[in-house]
Design a protein around this ligand. Structure first.
Ligand SMILES: [Zn+2]
Length: 126
């Protein structure tokens, strides 16, 4: 009789960002938590909580790695708008003109309404 203990499955999602770059980890944590997230090395000020162990710090300079668990990603806990890390520009807005990309489907191509330009391989990432 084999009385094997059931194989224990461990979830690898530790709440951290292992296997990702710090920036990717921050982005994922931000989606999951709904809070602005930053990673070690970014210069942002305010109250931050480690996304892995909830250790909280008041940060004034570059974010450290979590002194408790070594996590790199921090969630911004203060009220107010998302802080912009020193030395980085605010996303989008600074780019200036971004022509709206309108994609129409079911466009009739047999009407002589002028040249129709279909753009493929449009980069959606900033
Ligand atoms: Zn931590």
């Amino acid at each position: 009789m084999g009385s094997q203990a059931p194989h224990e499955r461990r979830k690898l999602d530790l709440g951290g960002a292992r296997g990702l770059s710090p920036a990717d980890g921050a982005a994922q944590s931000e989606q999951r938590l709904g809070l602005p997230c930053f990673h070690a090395g970014q210069r942002v000020q305010g109250m931050f909580g480690c996304v892995a162990c909830q250790f909280q710090i008041r940060n004034r300079e570059a974010l450290p790695t979590c002194p408790m668990c070594g996590e790199l990603v921090w969630a911004y806990l203060d009220d107010g708008p998302r802080p912009v890390p020193e030395g980085e520009s605010a996303p989008a807005a600074a780019a200036g003109k971004t022509p709206p990309a309108v994609v129409e489907e079911n466009v009739k191509l047999d009407e002589p309404t002028g040249p129709v330009t279909v753009e493929e391989n449009v980069k959606l990432e900033p």
